[in-house]
Design a protein around this ligand. Structure first.
Ligand code: SF4
Ligand code: SF4
Ligand code: FES
Length: 225
């Protein structure tokens, strides 16, 4: 076989594709039109979760299709959507306590500390650590560890305790942001001023500028020390 080409299998069918492609671009090279299961193509949106096996290897692997290069003998399947339970709540009616998670996501407390979720995460987030931090009611730490989550669903797909980690984590960050994060008082003051119409003339002027002029002004802006 040409050194620059590899064999991959998409839904069981063999294709030969250039070895420098990602799984996503290889699927398109093979003629598939990816309508669901792709978004940013840069590793940020979490839409392109994919599972695969390598030839003669029992291990089921999972990653982002837009960030993973094809390998010879890859058996691929796209996951356009990971079905997952999501609690409904009104953030104004909650408090940043462990009791909220006991009520909305009781399965969180069934974590068996197997660390499978951490190994599955394409963002290298220590998923088990944030789940454990929630159990200990350390909301700030859980929000911090899970900050880079892109909601791809790969952790939840592998969890033996059937925890939907990313939905639990978005609740933890919402609680942290609303109730625990230090307030930015000067921002609140400025919003109040804007609402009172104090900066109407300046806002109108900015709105009338071209994108280029806005960029120029942005680059020239005064920066805080
Ligand atoms: S924590 Fe889970 S949903 Fe978030 S990026 Fe990692 S694997 Fe994906
Ligand atoms: S995969 Fe599930 S049970 Fe295992 S450590 Fe992660 S959250 Fe806990
Ligand atoms: S397409 Fe957005 S993370 Fe892959």
């Amino acid at each position: 076989m040409d050194d620059n080409m590899v064999r991959i299998y998409i839904m069981g069918k063999e294709y030969r594709v250039p070895s420098n492609l990602t799984i996503l671009t290889a699927m398109e090279y093979a003629g598939y039109q990816v309508k669901r299961g792709a978004g940013c193509r840069e590793g940020f949106c979490g839409a392109c979760a994919t599972v695969y096996r390598l030839e003669d290897d029992y291990k089921l692997r999972a990653d982002l299709a837009c960030q993973t290069k094809v390998e010879d003998g890859m058996f691929l399947a796209q996951l356009p959507f990971v079905p997952a339970q999501r609690a409904r709540y009104d953030i104004d009616q909650l408090s940043p306590t462990v009791g909220v998670f006991q009520r909305l996501y009781p399965e969180t407390f069934k974590c068996v500390s197997c660390n499978t979720c951490t190994k599955a995460c394409p963002q290298d987030i220590n998923v088990m650590d944030y789940v454990q931090a929630i159990i200990r009611e350390d909301i700030e730490r859980a929000a911090d560890i899970s900050f880079d989550c892109i909601m791809c669903g790969l952790c939840a797909m592998r969890c033996p305790a059937e925890i939907v980690q990313y939905n639990v984590a978005i609740l933890v960050r919402r609680l942290y942001g609303k109730y625990l994060a230090p307030r930015s008082l000067h921002t609140e003051k400025r919003i109040e001023e804007l609402n009172k119409g104090m900066w109407k003339k300046e806002v109108e002027e900015l709105m009338s500028l071209s994108e280029e002029e806005l960029k120029k002004r942005y680059k020239k802006r005064e920066k805080e020390a």
